[in-house]
Design a protein around this ligand. Structure first.
Ligand code: DAT
Ligand code: MG
Length: 151
């Protein structure tokens, strides 16, 4: 079972609604390990880089406006298969598909303002973590990271 790292971010709507604790609680209860976390307001440049895959979408402008509109709570988490598992804990993007029991299923009813972000692949996790955190600031529990799957 591969140990992975991922980038998780409570979006401005989630921070305003007081959901940081609830989200940390779910990740801790699952058995994942928090490696760094920071309340931050992100620049337009970082937001555009974070969502670069969506730059041609009609909602890209609104997405960048929203994510830079107020504080976000950015985190790095580590655990077994955390990229896939965290995506299933987060739930689908569409509120019509996000099942009860998932974070979005329980707390979001909007496609645009949906409480939380989680990386969707190893490559995007690496890029997203590096966009928001200095590598030296990330708690290091295992000196051998990245692990075998990347060799
Ligand atoms: P996810 O956040 O589930 O990985 P995504 O990467 O496709 O979804 O899109 C990133 C964010 O962009 C998403 O969390 C909310 C916003 N978004 C996606 N599709 C949208 C749409 N059709 N209308 C408005 N916002 C949308
Ligand atoms: Mg995505």
């Amino acid at each position: 079972m591969p140990i992975q790292r991922t980038f998780i971010m409570v979006k401005p709507d989630g921070v305003k609604r007081g959901l940081i604790g609830e989200i940390i609680k779910r990740f801790e209860q699952k058995g994942f390990t928090l490696l760094n976390a920071e309340l931050m307001t992100i620049s337009r440049e970082k937001a555009e880089y974070h969502y670069m895959e969506l730059q041609d979408k009609p909602f890209f402008g609104e997405l960048v406006e929203f994510i830079t509109s107020d504080s976000v709570f950015a985190m790095v988490w580590e655990g077994e298969n955390i990229i896939e598992v965290s995506r299933s804990m987060i739930g689908k993007t569409s509120p019509l598909e996000a099942l009860p029991g998932t974070i979005r299923g329980d707390f979001a009813c909007s496609k645009a303002e949906n409480v939380i972000h989680g990386s969707d692949s190893l490559l995007s996790a690496e890029r997203e973590i590096a966009n928001f955190f200095d590598p030296l600031s990330i708690r290091s529990l295992n000196k051998d990271f990245p692990f075998d799957e990347r060799k």
